[in-house]
Write a protein that binds this ligand. Structure first.
Ligand code: PLP
Length: 406
């Protein structure tokens, strides 16, 4: 479908909302995106016409729901270009996907003295699970630094890979700085030393193309709710060879083949990692979100968000006393900034009065804030439905903030 911003906006009913009598301007897409009508309707339809537990029933409803659920798995497989849908595990989000790998793979690979390598710009979701497993296994977490612009330098990264490194866990795009990391090159460098790589793609899905085969990553994680899908839907892609060697992360129904008091044998992939009843309606909603995104050319979406980034960066840079954190050459539509002498919370509160929703704080990336010796930032993050006009209103809003607090 041609990229028509006015038509696209009409798909998102929430954009009609008013805040304090001002039209809603939603710039908090890195936290969660808004949902198009077809996603909302998919959830309603499921509960109206298909609601049933999946995989276990012989009756019509269960088979209908199961078919829709498994068709979504195929959609996800195509969306990320996985080799097989057995490599697509449904989770409730990026956090759960990373915890699954940290526990199951960490348990398998890590021994005392080993190292897990992460970057200094990770979201807490890609730090804490590794810290926990390292503590348990007496292993160490090593950190890849980034420069003032928020870039990882490959020459600095390379020597950190050594014979003790057992896992590299890295964000595709930083949620705090917007940096798009050179993950393809980093994966290739890690693979030269036989080190498996997990990519946290929470900020990438629906913004840039994801091709797990081209990247050659061993694991790729993302959350549906950041890509126009419902809360509680998420994906773990894992290469079959790894998923097969890993033990299940949780036990329960669905993940088993046979159970006796003496012994349990596990179900085949990917069900081995999907214990219990999943968030069926959210997963079906994620299928609808993928259909929505695929109606457009992903390059057009990327181009639109790049234009917003360029326009927003230039407009904000003209504001006296405003400093942008994260000025990497390769960036996605995220701008983190501070106004001289104004606390981010105060700025965010005044912008909210004007109907402009931004995020303030450390964005679950405290080490990033520590790196710059700041308590937090104001973060503006774009999605398919944002416009330059909204950015103009943000600039006006920041002027008001400065007049009131500066
Ligand atoms: N990783 C990154 C880079 C993120 O931005 C986020 C959420 O903001 C997460 C992980 C965690 O995602 P979720 O809370 O959906 O599990």
């Amino acid at each position: 479908m041609p990229f028509d911003i006015n038509k696209i906006r009409k798909h998102f009913p929430i954009l009609e909302e008013k805040i304090n009598n001002n039209s809603l301007i939603y710039f908090d897409n890195a936290a969660t995106s808004q949902k198009p009508l077809q996603v909302i309707e998919r959830i309603i339809d499921y509960y109206k016409k298909e609601n049933c537990n999946i995989h276990r029933g012989v009756h019509t409803l269960s088979q209908k729901a199961t078919r829709a659920f498994e068709e979504t798995r195929v959609k996800v497989k195509e969306f990320i270009n996985a080799e097989s849908s057995h490599e697509v595990v449904f989770t409730k989000g990026t956090t759960e996907s990373i915890n699954l790998v940290a526990n199951s793979l960490g348990e398998k690979l890590l021994q005392e003295g080993d190292e897990v390598l992460v970057s200094a710009m990770e979201h807490h979701s890609n730090l804490v699970p590794w810290q926990m497993v390292c503590k348990k296994k007496k292993a160490h977490m090593k950190v890849i630094p980034f420069n003032d612009k928020g870039e990882i330098i490959l020459e600095v990264f390379k020597p950190l890979l050594n014979s003790r490194t057992k896992i590299l866990a890295l964000s595709h795009i930083s949620n705090a700085l917007g940096t798009i990391n050179p993950v393809k090159e980093m994966i290739a460098m890690a693979h030269e030393k036989d080190i498996p790589v997990l990519i946290d793609g929470a900020q990438a899905a629906a913004h840039i193309e994801i091709d797990v085969q081209a990247l050659d990553c061993d694991f790729y994680c993302f959350s549906g709710h950041k890509m126009y899908a419902p809360m509680g839907s998420g994906v773990l892609f894992g290469k079959q060879e790894f998923l097969e060697m890993m033990e299940p992360y949780q036990g329960g129904g669905e993940m088993v083949d046979t159970v006796t008091f003496e012994e349990t044998t596990y179900n085949e992939l990917p069900f081995k990692f999907e214990a219990g009843t999943p968030n069926v309606e959210s997963i079906l909603g994620m299928g609808a979100a993928i259909d929505f995104v695929r109606e457009y050319d992903l390059h057009e979406i990327r181009k639109h968000e790049e234009e917003l980034l360029k326009y927003g960066t230039e407009a904000l840079s003209r504001i006296e006393g405003l400093k942008i954190y994260g000025t990497a050459k390769e960036k996605s539509g995220i701008i983190s900034f501070l106004l001289d002498g104004i606390h981010p919370y105060d700025a965010g509160t005044i912008l909210d009065q004007l109907g402009i929703e931004v995020r303030t704080g450390h964005h679950c990336a405290q080490p990033v804030m520590d790196r710059y010796l700041i308590p937090g930032t104001v973060r503006v993050s774009f999605a398919i439905y944002n416009t330059m006009k909204e950015i103009d209103k943000l600039v006006g809003g920041l002027d008001t903030v400065k007049k009131m607090l500066g």
